[in-house]
Structure formats: C-alpha cells, structure tokens
Design a protein. Sequence first.
Length: 187
Amino acid sequence: MSDEIKLTAMPTPNPNTIKFLLEKTFFERGSIDFNSKEQAKGSLLPESLFEINGIAGVMIGINFVSITKYDENGWEEVLEPASNLIKDLCSKDQSLFDESLLEKANEVAENDSESVKKIKAILDSEIRPAIAMDGGDCEFHSYEDGILTLKMQGACSNCPSSVMTLKMGIENRLREDIPDLKEVIQV
C-alpha cells in the first residue's frame, strides 16, 4: 500500500470547473484535455472520472487535474467522488493516461515559421503556466495572416472570462514580440 497522495481542491474562474492540485508531477509541460468518455478510452484516470455522474470534461496538467461539471449537476454530487477517485488512482503506481496523447500534444513542427516558433515559446514559457494556475490551458492551433487561433482547454474552454484572457492577456503579451499579430481568437 502506497502513501495517500495530498490533493487540494481550488476554485477556478469558471464556476463549473474545479482544479485539484496534487503533490505529483504527471509530465514536464503541456496538458491533455478530454471532452468525452470516448476520448478518454484507454486513459485510466479520465476514463474513471467520466464514470461519475455529472462530469463533462477532464484535463490533466503538469501537476493538477481539472474537472468540469455540467451546469445542471451540483458540486455536492461530483466533488467528493472525484476527489476520492483522483487520490486513490494517483496513490498507486500505474499508468494514468495514454502517454502517446502527450507526445502528440507537445509535437514541434520542423517547418514552423519564425513567428510561430516565437509564439509557441512565449505560450510555453509564460502564458500556459499562468493559465494553468486557474486550471486551464491553451493549445496552439494555427497562425495565418496575423490571426492566431488557440484552443482553450480545461477551466478555460467555456469560461466567461476566457475572452478577456485571450484579448487582454494573451493578445497584448504576444503583440510585444510578434509585430505582425493582428488578433487572437479561439477555435
């Protein structure tokens, strides 16, 4: 029997998402976002969490797990079972998710332009860690004609303040180093 892992539940700006901070590092950078039971197949932790009634999404970050519930479900029916499940599974020495999903999420394209390389570097070093503090993440989607498209994940995916994060935070920061950037939008 291994030691029980410590877990801290933290609210996020999204009222339907809770971030569980763990004393465990899942991986070095990035995140994996699961939006359905089908998508979670083969990944023990998210697949098990989707068995809990009311869970709409699961995101695994560097040292946290965010869960998003459906509007109609109350936290009283989701929080305790999810917390217990995460504690239980993370305390055992086993594979919690399909590692190949992480490799895919962190792929670096060799043919990226200088602007795209710069954007990805700023996203990875500054923006993603800041968003992770709120239980979310953003993934580079595309950059064409000065329009950067990001996929918001976890707590950020359907959060009322994500538009402000995109416009006031991410867009303003990237414009400092990427003069040809016109706009940041979400996919």
